[in-house]
Design a protein around this ligand. Structure first.
Ligand code: MTE
Length: 309
């Protein structure tokens, strides 16, 4: 067990051993290479089920997903994360969960993922820069983790922080952003079943450039809300700081919901460019809430979304 200083999750919550033995044999057969302290990929020990929340659209390739993205801790161009993230040490890894929770502590990554309902969730992804992908995440509901640590009644927001380690994250040697990268959600957004913590892509442990070992995914919001390589989750009464909002509040609001009717000051948000279809792929109309309106529009009832963007 790798809990560093907090109460353990109940043993009844742990995946049956037979499940992981089966997966383990499969992974050994497949010659898996990415390893944790146990010598096996972390997800190999867990049973993963398909999610009812998945889109039926065909996902982008593993290559598209892992070679074109943003992770400013490794540089500002889209190819930098894939080029520079390999030197990041992701095992051991722990996440401090604090603030208005019943069981604050520093939780080892292995213990966080051990007791959860791990699912494959294929989500539409929309970056604020107006490109999009379809990504098959392996993850679990953030609400499940929050329930296990006990949300106190005064908690209204959840804030997240990424690791700061300039020795391995070369982008942090410049102050292009204020480190650590920070993000936040309102409590109802954090508890929504579409909000997940992802630990993998295509059933493999999370590639480092995509936010290993654990990152947030909020599919109805622009991609920058989906903070990577999380080391701290805090429950607070006040709206937390969020990196892009701090840098340029006129361009990036706290909510950051995908909204084709509210343009970014420097470009349109009405359409998007699907990645992976080749040079002549047509731009697509962007959907309100990235197509998840039926599920999440109710969270913002009565709010003026042109002001609360
Ligand atoms: N998280 C951290 N820590 N640092 C970052 O620079 N970039 C964000 C988000 N999470 C970022 C981050 C942005 S702008 C996007 S579009 C997504 O990660 C892109 O990565 P993904 O395709 O792996 O989700």
């Amino acid at each position: 067990m790798h809990i560093i200083s907090a109460p353990k999750f109940k043993s009844s919550e742990i995946t049956p051993k037979a499940d992981w033995l089966n997966r383990r044999q499969l992974m050994i057969g497949a010659g898996a290479v990415a390893t944790t302290t146990f010598g096996l990929p972390a997800l190999a020990k867990l049973k993963t089920i398909k999610s009812k929340y998945s889109t039926t659209r065909t996902p982008n390739t593993f290559k598209d997903i892992t070679t074109y993205n943003n992770f400013y801790e490794f540089g500002t161009s889209k190819s930098d994360p894939a080029e520079n993230a390999s030197r990041l040490t992701t095992s051991p890894w722990s996440v401090t969960i604090d603030g208005m929770v019943d069981k604050p502590g520093k939780y080892a990554f292995e213990d966080i993922i051990k007791g959860v309902s791990m699912e494959e969730r294929i989500y539409r992804f929309r970056c604020v820069e107006a490109w999009s992908m379809i990504i098959p995440w392996t993850g679990f509901q953030l609400s499940e983790l929050l329930a296990r640590v006990g949300v106190q009644s005064g908690a209204k927001y959840v804030s997240f922080e990424t690791l700061v380690r300039p020795s391995e994250m070369i982008g942090q040697r410049s102050n292009v952003l204020e480190w650590p990268y920070r993000e936040g959600l309102r409590m109802d957004e954090a508890m929504h079943p579409l909000t997940i913590l992802a630990a993998g892509i295509y059933g493999e442990d999370m590639p480092k450039q995509n936010g290993a070992p654990l990152r947030l995914v909020v599919p109805w919001k622009y991609g920058f809300k989906s903070i990577k390589s999380i080391v701290r989750i805090s429950l607070t009464a006040r709206q937390p700081q969020a990196t892009w909002n701090m840098l340029s509040p006129r361009e990036y609001g706290f909510y950051s919901n995908v909204n084709p009717n509210v343009d970014h000051p420097r470009w349109t948000q009405a359409s998007e460019r699907p990645i992976g279809g080749g040079l002549f792929t047509r731009r697509k109309q962007t959907q309100m809430f990235n197509g998840y309106g039926q599920e999440v529009a109710g969270l913002y009832k009565g709010m003026d979304l042109t002001r609360n963007f």
